[in-house]
Design a binder for this molecule. Structure first.
Ligand SMILES: C[S@@+](CC[C@H](N)C(=O)[O-])C[C@H]1O[C@@H](n2cnc3c(N)ncnc32)[C@H](O)[C@@H]1O
Length: 330
């Protein structure tokens, strides 16, 4: 990054060895060269992927962003009343667009407050920090470029009470076991005065879910395909994006959306940096993202196992999405 961006009100921290090409190589070896084929969703988010995700959030079909924003607008005053935060820490902050609902409220009530944003995408962290600092004169931003758990563990100490936020339904990208590990790491970092705010997408009609992940404007398809570009420029692979199609299916028994890239023909893709070739059959699928959907009871159950307890559970009349405020279990 351009270090001149760092200022009295903005510091950016990079974790050593985060997202190194070694980790990427290993993930690709384990995911793409084994069957069933898969890739971790974190590789969607290069600069272009973050912009495409932002565009997905603005599509008509992607209801989670609108719904979560509505819940935040309706309940921000009572959340702040309960938590009385002096700082906010956000995991997977992205553009921080919805977080602004919280930050603008804090800016009007506090002389000084801190926002620590964590994300794997450095570009999105810097762009958001500059936008936020320009708008909120009482704000100090610390950004950590890195993966959730190491970043939260390395995060500088901030003035409490701290509101930890994990919105955007990003928890859904993890298996039950991985979610417990991640939420437990957050609970461990929290003090007794701190709170945790999480956005979780709910089980609902299959058609609504599949449209949200295969929008009619084709933005999610571009977002999905972009991961192949990331592998092309980071590992020198030669994926031809025209030879793949996007697919989003709701797996009702596992209560999760599964996003795939489907090979349109028999093809070989070479990875010179790995000295390997992957041979794909026609219609062979690469799983690129799972997005788990929750019920009220599965949310409670997950919290139980992660050392958290619900304080408030916010939802709209259509029960499309849950915004849950929690504390560390005593
Ligand atoms: C689904 S988007 C949500 C963005 C934003 N919080 C929202 O609600 O719109 C997930 C965000 O988490 C980041 N991310 C994905 N995997 C990550 C990981 N393993 N560690 C840290 N950040 C990650 C992405 O770069 C992206 O900005």
């Amino acid at each position: 990054m351009d270090l001149s961006l760092q200022s009295k009100r903005f510091h950016i921290h990079e974790l050593p060895a985060q997202d190194s090409s070694d980790v990427l190589r290993q993930d690709v070896q384990e995911g793409l060269f084994e069957r069933p084929r898969s890739l971790p969703p974190k590789y969607f988010y290069d600069d272009e992927g973050s912009k495409l995700f932002d565009a997905i959030c603005k599509t008509q079909d992607y209801y989670p962003t609108r719904t979560e924003a509505k819940l935040l607008q309706e309940h921000v005053a009572s959340i702040i009343d309960v938590v009385k935060p002096n700082s906010c820490v956000e995991l997977g902050a992205g553009t921080s667009a919805k977080t602004e609902i919280i930050l603008s409220k804090l800016n009007s009530s506090l002389d000084s407050f801190s926002y620590l944003s964590i994300d794997v995408c450095e570009e999105v962290l810097c762009e958001s920090a500059l936008r936020l600092l320009d708008k909120y004169e009482n704000l100090h931003v610390e950004s950590v470029v890195g993966e959730y758990i190491p970043a939260i563990q390395a995060a500088p100490k901030l003035k409490g009470p701290v509101l930890y936020a994990f919105i955007g339904s990003s928890i859904g990208n993890f298996t039950e076991q991985e979610s417990i590990v991640l939420l437990s790491a957050i609970a461990k970092k929290m003090n007794t005065e701190d709170y945790f705010l999480i956005g979780m997408d709910r089980v609902k009609d299959k058609g609504v879910l599949e449209r949200a992940y295969d929008d009619s404007e084709g933005v999610t398809a571009k977002f999905n395909l972009n991961v192949l570009n990331v592998l092309n420029y980071k590992l020198g692979a030669n994926f031809d994006l025209n030879k793949f199609s996007h697919q989003a299916l709701y797996n009702e028994s596992l209560q999760q959306i599964e996003m795939y890239l489907v090979s349109q023909c028999e093809q070989d893709v070479t990875f010179p940096t790995l000295d390997k070739t992957v041979s794909l059959e026609k219609n062979e699928k690469i799983l690129t993202e799972v997005s788990r959907k929750y019920t009220k009871s599965s949310i409670k159950n997950l919290f139980e196992k992660s050392g958290l307890q619900e304080v408030e559970h916010y939802e709209l009349f259509n029960k499309y999405f849950s915004l849950v405020l929690a504390k560390k279990k005593m």
